[in-house]
Design a protein around this ligand. Structure first.
Ligand code: ATP
Length: 234
């Protein structure tokens, strides 16, 4: 559960997030909005990369703001970036294993955990392949696998579907949908692919000019005339 209370983030006096209040409780939540709406700023704020000017954010009841990025990782917060952070000279196995050096891991042995997340992300067959030998989809799935090791509680996925083929997008969709139950983590998904949002997110927050334009069940939100005007061009 992400509880955002009256949150503002400013860059040089310009408010990228402006008094945002939202309770995101669904297992998979969508975050959409036009370019410049403040979506990436919100993810950066949650991960501890930018400070808040005011407000509060609670993750499962625990205050996030004021904690360092690594303290947030230890609380179970994980994120993927728009540009994948795969180490080119490390194998898939070692890319994911490197993440385990930084996170508490209680679920069985290292080997068992890596085997589990590589199987879940359909990367077992390429576990020994180097980062630079992977295609875009495999690189994206390495990001997902890295987010799943340890004890994740909240996964922030920033446009994981961008540039994927329809078939790859379907595989990603199935993985995202299965995460909450299989790993006990909530997912916050930013993507411009409305079909991906519709298929995976039961609750969606629409941001515009750093504010909440709409929040609620995804189908209802996407039908909202204000959302259609601001974002869907209808
Ligand atoms: N580091 C920064 N310095 C100054 N302004 C910034 C910075 N980061 C973001 N902004 C501004 O904050 C606003 C929100 O940007 P943000 O990247 O969060 O939007 P977004 O919704 O993620 O957009 P997109 O869909 O294009 O990724 C924009 O006006 C942007 O120019």
């Amino acid at each position: 559960m992400i509880d955002i209370q009256n949150l503002s983030v400013a860059f040089w006096g310009v408010k990228a997030i402006d008094g945002l209040t939202a309770q995101l409780s669904a297992p998979v939540c969508g975050l959409i909005g036009p370019n410049g709406a403040g979506k990436t700023t919100l993810v950066n704020l949650l991960s501890g990369l930018v400070p808040a000017a005011e407000g509060q954010v609670l993750l499962n009841g625990q205050a996030l703001l004021g904690k360092t990025p690594i303290q947030r990782v230890r609380l179970g917060l994980r994120r993927s970036f728009q540009t994948e952070q795969v180490v080119e000279d490390l194998s898939v196995w070692d890319n994911v294993r490197a993440m385990l050096d930084h996170v508490p891991h209680e679920r069985g042995s290292v080997k068992a955990q890596l085997t589990e997340v590589l199987e879940f992300t359909e990367l077992s067959a390429v576990a020994t392949r180097l980062g630079r030998q992977l295609n875009l989809f495999q690189r994206r799935m390495v990001e997902v696998a890295k987010a799943l090791v340890g004890t994740p509680r909240l996964l922030l996925f920033d446009e994981p579907g961008a540039g994927l083929t329809e078939q790859e997008s379907l595989l990603l969709r199935a993985a995202i949908l299965a995460i909450p139950q299989r790993f006990g983590a909530q997912v916050l998904l930013i993507d411009h692919d409305v079909d991906l949002i519709k298929a995976t997110c039961s609750q969606t927050l629409v941001m515009d000019f750093g504010q909440c334009l709409a929040l609620g069940p995804t189908a209802q939100v996407l039908d909202d005339p204000a959302v259609r005007r601001a974002y869907l061009g209808g």
